[in-house]
Unconditional design. Structure first.
Length: 443
């Protein structure tokens, strides 16, 4: 058999990439770190480094340069925004709220401001839960400082009705009583959400009966001088209802009973107003005629709307904002004049759709974020373009060199392109190519 000559099976064209195109992932970080180290007083350099750390998920590291950038220029909204995002990721909710509020004052993008307001609702909820955990963990220290006697906290009402579907009224009635007690300038009323967070943390809501000792504990944790614990019970024989409350002094546990006439469930709002007025007298508060008129206002006359509103409060307390918004919308559809339901619905709806990712996406796609990403600086920034500096270090050209000269001009530097680049007419060296012939001898 005759041997065949060598057969050329394959011709390969190999593109040899320039060495500077094979960039290591951390080279950009190294350039940003170098830029910040070279110009520690640069807003742009600090901001760019902080944003890089944030996007890399290195939240703790991002806060230092971002806080520095915001300190250098309090009017730099992007630095404040990213500082808030990083703080929220670290569950430093106080710092996050402060940074977000700074952005609301100096930020330029309305869509981002809207997102931030939604984040503040969600953050407040998370902050209350963390504060409640901290309070319980430091109970011995907190309890040693008595609350002022004019600081009043209202616990969720205990609902002892035969129909368990009315249980959410406990939160709604507490919310209503807090609103009414707040009409007096002589009292400082603890927000319902703060009190509810403490209640949830010490599991008061799991007990059908809350005794005075447990109520005192809650009062001390919330730093209230007196605590109001209300209840709605089924009337004797299963007809009608009774509504009453106890005012408990947190310093010594003294209990004063407050009651209202018996009635029916459809008269719940009238009974609540009577109970509130009796509570004012127990607290030693005399209302002005204008305050009394304000207290007598009813947010709704519909029990069904108020029950839906109460269910919305429960869902909101649990962090289920989308479900809360539906309940509040339901309350408003039953009673279109229920203003509190409208306000709660808008807040819950916005909170249910917000996230740190959405906030960051909004700022990145805005003109404000785009301007910041290319290194716009404030006084003392020291860099004309942070991004260009990084790019220039990775792939130096004659067109992306940063100049800090503010006046005058200088001739263009001589061309430093290699021969292939000159031939192609570009600043990027042309890819080097070669032909490889693979020859396989057939046996």
């Amino acid at each position: 058999m005759r041997r065949l000559g060598p057969i050329v099976l394959l011709l390969l064209t190999v593109c040899v990439l320039p060495a500077n195109a094979q960039q290591k992932p951390n080279d950009a970080l190294a350039k940003l770190q170098a830029a910040q180290a070279a110009s520690p007083g640069s807003v742009a350099a600090n901001r760019a480094l902080g944003v890089w750390y944030y996007r890399a998920g290195r939240f703790a590291e991002s806060r230092v340069p971002l806080d520095q950038a915001h300190k250098l220029d309090p009017n730099d909204g992007v630095s404040a925004l990213y500082a808030g995002l990083a703080a929220e990721q670290m569950k430093d909710f106080t710092a996050a709220k402060n940074a977000y509020n700074s952005y609301l004052m100096v930020g330029k993008t309305r869509s981002v401001q809207k997102e931030i307001r939604a984040r503040l609702v969600a953050i407040s909820q998370a902050e209350l839960k963390e504060a409640a955990k901290t309070a319980v963990a430091n109970e011995s220290t907190i309890s040693a400082t008595p609350g002022a006697t004019n600081t009043i906290a209202v616990l969720p009402f205990t609902i002892g009705l035969a129909d368990p579907s009315y249980a959410p009224l406990g939160r709604g009635l507490a919310d209503l009583m807090i609103t009414d007690l707040s009409k007096s300038r002589q009292l400082t009323i603890v927000e319902r959400e703060r009190m509810q967070a403490i209640v949830d943390e010490i599991a008061l809501s799991k007990s059908a009966k809350v005794d005075a000792a447990t109520t005192v504990r809650a009062g001390k944790l919330i730093q209230a001088g007196r605590i109001v614990q209300g209840q709605v019970l089924q009337g004797s024989g299963g007809t009608g209802i009774t509504i009453s409350s106890n005012v408990v002094a947190s310093n010594g546990g003294a209990v004063t009973a407050v009651s209202a006439p018996n009635g029916t469930l459809d008269k719940l709002f009238d009974l609540e107003k009577t109970l509130v007025m009796n509570t004012f007298r127990t607290l030693g508060v005399t209302l002005t005629p204008a305050e009394a008129q304000e207290v007598d206002r009813r947010p709704t006359s519909s029990l069904a709307a108020f029950l839906a509103y109460s269910r919305g409060l429960q869902a909101q307390d649990d962090g289920r904002f989308d479900e809360a918004a539906r309940f509040f919308d339901n309350a408003r559809s039953i009673d279109p004049g229920f203003g509190a339901a409208l306000a709660r619905s808008q807040q819950a709806s916005a909170a249910s759709q917000s996230s740190t990712t959405k906030v960051e996406t909004s700022i990145r796609s805005s003109s404000e974020g785009a301007a910041a990403s290319v290194g716009s600086t404030s006084a003392g920034g020291g860099l004309a373009s942070t991004l260009n500096t990084v790019v220039g270090g990775v792939n130096p050209t004659t067109t992306n060199t940063v100049s800090n000269t503010t006046s005058g001009s200088s001739p263009a530097p001589p061309s430093t392109r290699d021969a292939p680049s000159e031939k192609s007419g570009t600043d990027q060296p042309a890819p080097r190519t070669g032909t490889v012939t693979v020859i396989i001898h057939r046996p």
